[in-house]
Design a protein around this ligand. Structure first.
Ligand code: SAH
Length: 433
């Protein structure tokens, strides 16, 4: 466990937290918070990390310290609106309360290990994840918005064939504090907030960095709530996007729990190909996934689901595949975002040509589906989609792809039926890549 130097200390922080936080959970209960939000351990002593605590948890914590619940509002305003991490600076709180907070609590965010700026203004940070782990976040400035792409896990277990995070394997879930801490840090690093005349550099947050957010549901949901909370980052629900590879049960859960924009990594118009590219498809095939998506939109009164589709030369980019995709989605609340493949060392895939991408988009539009092409940003610093690798040590969990393949083989043997093809067999049709 990391050792903390005092309030406001940029602790390796929140970072050292890992699941399942059982002893930590006990401490936060003792400290008055309703559920285990985020705790920081310092040697034998433990202080509650206020970053990432839900409003009600923070109220409980204040009550525990003998303070009135509205103090929680003041604290949230200092933490999220003013980006303050030093209790001593919270001038409208009583001195004695500040002193007690300093003893019992902290505001700890992940430590920045490295910062890289791309020629196009995109900025990537490598953040400490404890025990020599690291994860990444990326800021993408545009004329009308500033998008922060954040991570939800150190590594990823889902083993999508074309994603470099997958090559890293999986280590652990990020805590709520580490997820929320990324937005907090970006605001601090980029300037903004009340300190800078109210301009907030991060107007949009996308969970499209390292990891599968719905596989870390327990920590991601409270973070989403803080993004939307008007005492938190106060982002509009349309400006917070969760991207998933298709964990169907969790999409149903999300529909009940919160209203944010949903993006789904589809990447193929049929189950055989999708099972190779996105192994979770063997568990939740396309028809099941689409049902969950339409349910999500119904429940949320939402506009549409964005389907991400990575353009892989000779694999999923033919006009016939575009027409098949259009048949799946036309008439439904769906948009397609085509992502030119971003290559990384050792990959067997190649990016589709610009003409192939344009043809695919036009075919979708002809088929009645809204389609756009994602502009690739920050390529010179490996900050584009699927290029975030962080540093993943101790890959404690077997990759899902290999687990799923074994399960599929067992099922196939048992039923004598061939349902999905073997992993790793996606050979580009047109090239020797
Ligand atoms: N686990 C989440 C978030 C992943 S990253 C998910 O699967 O949706 C966000 C998007 O980038 C996903 O659509 C992902 O499939 C895509 N992606 C991954 N690797 C890529 C690569 N090398 N090039 C382009 N897009 C990639």
């Amino acid at each position: 466990m990391a050792v903390y130097g005092g309030e406001g200390f940029m602790a390796e922080g929140a970072a050292a937290l890992s699941e399942p936080q059982t002893s930590q959970a006990r401490r936060v209960m003792q400290a008055g918070a309703a559920t285990p939000g985020a705790l920081v351990e310092a040697g034998g002593d433990a202080r509650v990390n206020l970053l990432g605590l839900a409003r009600a948890e923070l109220e409980g914590f204040c009550a525990q310290l003998g303070s009135r619940p509205f103090r929680a509002r003041q604290l949230m305003s200092w933490i999220y609106k003013r980006g303050c991490d030093r209790f001593a600076d919270m001038s409208d709180l009583a001195r004695a309360f500040r002193a007690e907070l300093a003893e019992r609590a902290t505001i700890a965010v992940p430590r920045i290990l490295a910062t890289q700026r791309a020629a196009d203004g995109t900025c990537k940070w490598l953040l400490a994840g404890g025990a020599d782990q690291a994860f990444e976040m990326v800021y993408i400035p545009e004329p009308d918005r500033g998008t922060l792409c954040i991570s939800s896990q150190v590594g990823c277990a889902l083993d999508c064939a074309f994603c470099s995070t997958a090559q890293q394997g999986f280590n652990r879930n990020l805590s709520t504090a580490e997820i929320v801490g990324q937005v907090w840090l970006a605001h601090r690093e980029l300037g903004g907030g009340e300190r800078d005349g109210g301009v907030r550099p991060v107007s949009n947050v996308v969970l499209m960095g390292m990891g599968e957010p719905l596989a870390n549901y327990r920590n991601v949901l409270p973070a989403l709530r803080i993004f939307l909370d008007d005492l938190g980052f106060d982002l509009s629900r349309r400006r917070v996007t969760l991207s998933t590879s298709g964990l169907v049960p969790q999409i149903y859960r999300l529909a009940q729990d919160i209203n944010v924009a949903l993006a789904v990594s589809l990447h193929a118009p049929d189950d055989a190909l999708r099972s190779e590219l996105v192994p979770i498809n063997r568990l939740h095939p396309i028809a099941e996934l689409l049902c969950a998506c339409w349910h999500y939109i119904d429940e949320q009164n939402g506009r549409s689901v964005t389907f991400e589709y990575v353009m892989l030369e000779g694999v999923n980019d033919s006009p016939a595949q575009a027409r098949a995709l259009a048949r799946l989605l036309a008439g439904h609340p769906a948009k397609v975002n085509l992502i030119p493949f971003n290559p990384f060392a050792g990959t067997r895939f190649r990016r589709s040509s610009e003409q192939a991408i344009a043809r695919f988009r036009d075919e979708l539009i002809r088929g009645g589906v809204i389609a756009t092409v994602r502009r690739t940003r920050g390529e010179d610093i490996d900050a584009a989609c699927g290029q975030l690798v962080g540093r993943v040590r101790d890959r404690t969990v077997v990759r899902l792809g290999s687990k799923m393949a074994a399960a599929t083989r067992r099922r196939t043997a048992a039923h004598g039926a061939v349902r999905a093809s073997a992993p790793g067999g996606t050979a580009p049709r047109s090239s020797g890549a």
